[in-house]
Design a protein around this ligand. Structure first.
Ligand code: FAD
Length: 386
């Protein structure tokens, strides 16, 4: 077991960090103020630098690098900003991965090169007004008839709703009950009968659009079926990787906060000396660092062990759950250590605290990760309905 990065990984991390610190803070500030996702010029820049689909196969325009490399890239960008890193998260850990692993070859070729070129954003629509944690209660329906699929239903909380070009929509695709009847269909923005509700606003996640999505007899070709009924298990396997991305986004909020806090407490003087000279501040920094380091190791373990495909549910759930809880705590401490400056909207700290909170809800709540973990430990599923 080797805990050091090799030369290529260190070079990748350094290059991305230099780019992120030089070019992204101003964009991050603007995105936060405007509450609008980063524009096409940012996506083009990411694409030129090979930061989109880092871990997608080269034959589809991806970087052909490992999931671990993608984690390194995502952490450096997301330390600067959750919203600016979002397209990288989506392209390397989000719905594109479900397409890359499970969609028919024709669809992979049709979509993934555009995603990697920054010409297409794909979002995922699973949640519904009455199906959140109980995802298998979802009722959106996709009926396949000949060459056409007809979709009806409502989706909620989709990150990217209205902004993304295409959506991986989880639907009920047969009469089979529960998970067995669920599959997924790709639905492009602009299809007749596909509309969006008003823009939703969260505590954090500014610059990541969200809205209800309504499907009223929307028709797409059968070639848009990603996985048919019975494919829910595959979709959840791809989601094991999404958890690593979620964990990395949470980790990055904490890691960025810690880096800034370490600088700040050495500069800020009170009672005639830098506040780092107070032991209470030293202890707080050490506690924050221990949590960030532990979280990073858990994320790295899940990503490295996934190299031959997708991570296992135990390791990805442990990584996500720990990162989600840790990030809320560490970003909160960082705000506190910076006093009024930490709480000010002029700096990135209060934003990180708000953004960190969201990752413990998005992609499955903290408590449901704990149920996944216990379930993997016991080797059996705990039926939440009985
Ligand atoms: C920032 C953000 C981004 C999101 N992005 C997307 C997206 O891109 N696509 C998408 O489809 N969805 C997205 N979501 C939705 C997200 O997946 C759901 O919010 C999440 O799964 C929880 O569902 P819910 O909000 O309906 O809460 P509920 O399921 O109603 O849960 C409420 C509370 O009850 C607890 N609870 C529920 N059931 C159990 C149980 N069996 N045991 C213990 N506790 C339980 C939960 O842990 C939670 O604390 C996003 C959400 C947020 C906040």
């Amino acid at each position: 077991m080797d805990f050091t990065l090799n030369d290529e990984q260190r070079a990748l991390q350094d290059t991305v960090r230099r780019f992120a610190t030089a070019e992204l803070p101003e964009i991050a500030h603007r995105v936060e103020d405007d509450d609008e996702p980063p524009g096409p010029e940012v996506l083009r820049r990411f694409a030129d630098l090979g930061l989109l689909g880092v871990n997608l196969p080269a034959e589809y325009g991806g970087g052909g690098l490992s999931h671990f490399d993608a984690v390194l890239v995502l952490e450096e960008i997301a330390k600067i900003s959750n919203a600016v890193a979002f397209p990288i998260f989506e392209s390397s850990f989000g719905p594109s991965l479900a397409v890359a692993h499970f969609a028919p070859e024709e669809m992979r070729k049709r979509l993934l090169p555009k995603v990697c070129a920054g010409e297409m954003i794909i979002a995922v629509a699973m949640s519904e007004p009455n199906a959140g944690t109980a995802l298998t209660d979802l009722t959106a329906r996709a009926a396949v008839s000949g060459d056409t699929v007809t979709i009806n239903g409502t989706k909620r909380w989709c990150s990217g709703a209205g902004h993304a070009d295409a959506y991986v929509v989880y639907c009920r695709m047969s009469e089979a009950p529960g998970a067995k009847g669920i599959g997924a269909v790709l639905i492009e923005k602009g299809r007749d009968g596909f509309t969006f509700g008003k823009r939703e606003h969260h505590l954090g996640f500014r610059g990541v659009s969200s809205a209800d999505m309504f499907f009223d007899n929307v028709q797409v070709p059968a070639a848009n079926v990603i996985v048919p009924a019975g494919g829910f298990r595959q979709l959840m396997e791809a989601f094991d990787l999404e958890r690593c991305g979620n964990a990395t986004m949470a980790l990055a909020q904490a890691a960025g906060a810690l880096e800034d806090a370490v600088d700040y407490v050495q500069e800020r003087q009170q009672f005639g000396k830098p506040i780092i000279d107070f032991q209470a501040v030293q202890l707080k920094l050490a506690e924050m660092a221990m949590r960030v380091e532990a979280s990073r190791l858990l994320v790295h373990r899940a990503a490295v062990n996934a190299e031959n495909g997708l991570p296992n549910i135990f390791e990805s759930s442990v990584a996500k759950c720990f990162a989600n809880e840790m990030a809320r705590e560490v970003t909160g401490h960082a705000v506190q250590l910076m006093g009024g400056y930490g709480y000010s909207k002029d700096g990135p700290m209060e934003r990180r605290m708000r953004d960190a909170w969201g990752w413990g809800i998005a992609g499955g709540t903290i408590d449901i990760q704990k149920i996944n973990i216990a379930s993997a430990m016991a080797g059996r599923r705990f039926d939440q309905r009985k």
